[in-house]
Design a protein around this ligand. Structure first.
Ligand SMILES: Nc1ncnc2c1ncn2[C@@H]1O[C@H](COP(=O)(O)OP(=O)(O)OP(=O)(O)O)[C@@H](O)[C@H]1O
Length: 244
């Protein structure tokens, strides 16, 4: 499904946060929003998830206008929000339980191996590593029958090696799961490595400074290491914004 965002504007307490943000995401595309800290990245996801309603502008999914909470989106916030008293299987099936989706348990069990969680179906979150917890949270999000995944800094709290492993895993996963995804990150490497397209935001009031199309690139860690010119260009753009 295609997402179209038209002229999003938002103020918090009279302070302009978002200024005329417009972009679209095609079916199956993986798009990242990269921007300086506090520029409004999470706010954009919160608007899409229906958690903020007092914005101006319009949202369309396949030309249908949407407002408020919509079943088109599955949202994974920064914190994994796993419930410590529920097993991993019960955690990943939480939305299925709420929506009386009886098929979810079967669908979930089939995915444990792909998500690197085999054998942990009946374990509790406290026995999982940070990376495994994020994969469990990601499995819970992707089991939702939503068209578009909204990921807010999913690997932000992980150490650099685990974070890289998770990025490698997600890139692999994308080859089989062609889900339309909008990722928020402030990690340049992560955005370059995972995205078909990157939207770079300015400082507040944020607007789109630049779009980078990477859809034709063959991604690998070696490809990422060879992108020093592009990385420098993005870094200087963001650094200029931090000092603006
Ligand atoms: N509910 C709210 N009420 C008032 N101001 C808010 C609210 N939520 C966010 N803000 C402000 O809006 C701005 C954008 O916040 P947001 O969390 O979207 O930024 P971000 O780019 O995701 O930041 P970070 O990279 O640090 O996670 C910040 O200045 C923040 O303080």
């Amino acid at each position: 499904m295609k997402l179209q965002v038209e002229k999003l504007n938002l103020e918090f307490s009279g302070k302009e946060i978002l200024h005329d943000i417009s972009f679209s995401i095609q079916e199956g595309e993986f798009v990242s929003i990269l921007g300086p800290s506090g520029c409004g990245k999470s706010t954009i996801l919160n608007i899409l998830a229906g958690l903020i309603e007092d914005y101006s502008g319009q949202l369309f999914v396949d030309d249908e206008r949407i407002k408020g909470v919509s079943s088109h989106f599955a949202y994974m916030p920064q914190n994994d929000l796993l419930l410590e008293w529920r097993t991993i299987l019960d955690n990943v099936c939480l939305y299925g339980e709420i929506n009386h989706d009886k098929s979810m348990k079967q669908r979930a069990l089939k995915e444990f191996e792909t998500f690197g969680l085999s054998g942990y179906e009946n374990a509790y979150p406290s026995s999982l590593s940070g990376g495994m917890r994020q994969r469990a949270a990601f499995l819970r999000t992707s089991l939702c029958k939503a068209d578009i995944l909204l990921l807010d800094e999913p690997f932000g709290a992980l150490d650099v090696i685990t974070r890289n492993d998770m990025q490698d895993w997600l890139l692999q996963l994308r080859k089989n799961y062609n889900r339309t995804t909008l990722l928020v990150t402030h990690d340049i490497d992560e955005a370059l490595y995972l995205s078909d397209r990157i939207l770079i935001l300015s400082n507040k009031p944020s607007r789109i400074l630049q779009e980078i199309d990477l859809s034709k690139e063959k991604k690998s860690r070696d490809w990422l290491f060879s992108q020093s010119v592009l990385k420098k260009q993005v870094y200087e753009l963001l650094k200029g914004e931090n000092h603006a």
